[in-house]
Write a protein that binds this ligand. Structure first.
Ligand code: ADP
Length: 320
């Protein structure tokens, strides 16, 4: 193997740059050349790509987002679109591909590699931490820290005004961000799609808290569980409390990647290059119990990534 390509696809996540840096430098260290493909599969189809060198990835380790940009491409979902991408693989002499993204990006990578025989290694980069085969995805830790920062700030206001705050967080169909940030931020209730809830119970808990002198409450709602606005309205209707709602939105995604995300990204990116050099394909690199492991994409795509139920029960006990 002499030349590999690297792209970021789907939603951006902090730490993707650290991963690109690791892919580029690890590959160059082993004498390979690297083609950076911009704007995900869109750039792959449009030949928006070019060589990267050691300097291309200088000073990016602390930057959120992705220097390669990312995009969603409907054309890549078609055979014709993927055939155009294959023309570029031949034109640029790409012999292996590293795809950094989420489940959708991996589906595209899987189809492409099976259709055209191009070796592909995927790296999980998404704030949602919703990918099977890895305990953590790149960007999750930074997003959780962003949410905890927000909870800390909102808690100041909640305490001063003795109010109930509902905070809606991202995660798509996963409650992982809400659960981790809720435990770290001391939320009174955490609503996630994986565990049924009812608003009456949450209100009972709120009222009990007030009885024992609590000045405020923070309720974290995963976007996949319910609308924060609706939960806020229901709590207000049932308790009469002045309930404020904050939807954190895209504040959660960006920002300086945490050390955890940078280290994870570096390890995963480097292993992806090693796997390509070893002739592997159709795999995702991940971290399990602290070890970097490779899992075939058939064991990853569409497979559930369950939440840590022990952590959920602990959060309940601690917020009694
Ligand atoms: P994520 O990778 O974060 O899950 P998306 O689900 O938006 O993000 O997927 C990113 C891109 O992956 C899509 O825009 C598309 O180009 C490609 N992709 C997703 N699903 C498929 C599919 N079934 N076939 C081919 N490409 C796909």
């Amino acid at each position: 193997m002499q030349r590999i390509g690297v792209l970021t696809s789907g939603g951006d996540a902090s730490g993707m740059n650290s991963c690109i840096r690791a892919v580029v430098r690890k590959a160059i260290y082993h004498g390979l050349e690297v083609i950076g493909i911009r704007r995900g599969y869109s750039g792959f189809i449009d030949a928006d790509m070019g060589p990267m060198n050691l300097g291309s990835v200088a000073d990016i380790i602390s930057r959120g987002g992705t220097i390669l940009h990312t995009a969603r491409s409907e054309r890549f979902k078609t055979k014709e679109g993927r055939a155009l991408a294959m023309e570029n693989v031949e034109r640029f002499g790409i012999q292996g591909l590293v795809v950094i993204g989420g489940d959708g990006s991996f589906t595209g990578a899987s189809i492409f590699s099976q259709e055209h025989g191009v070796p592909v290694i995927c790296v999980p980069g998404t704030i949602d931490n919703d990918i099977a085969g890895t305990d953590y995805t790149i960007g999750f830790d930074t997003a959780v820290n962003n949410v905890v920062d927000a909870i800390n700030k909102i808690r100041d206001t909640a305490t001063s005004h003795e109010r109930t705050f509902v905070i809606e967080v991202m995660g798509r169909n996963s409650g992982n961000i809400a659960l981790a940030a809720g435990l770290a931020g001391g939320a009174e209730s955490i609503l996630i799609p994986e565990i049924p809830f009812n608003v009456e119970d949450i209100c009972k808990k709120l009222l009990n808290g007030i009885k024992r002198g609590k000045l405020h409450s923070v309720i974290l709602v995963a976007e996949g569980a319910a609308s924060g606005l609706e939960i806020g309205q229901q709590i207000k209707a049932l308790t009469g409390f002045d309930t404020k709602v904050t939807i954190l939105g895209h504040l959660q995604r960006g920002g300086i990647p945490t050390a955890f995300d940078r280290i994870l990204a570096a390890r995963l990116g480097a292993r992806a290059v090693e796997l390509l050099m070893a002739g592997e394909t159709h795999k995702m690199v991940g971290i399990r119990a602290g070890e970097i492991v490779a899992t075939d994409l058939t064991e990853v795509l569409g497979k559930p990534s369950p939440i840590n139920k022990d952590m959920y029960h602990l959060a309940r006990i601690l917020s009694i």
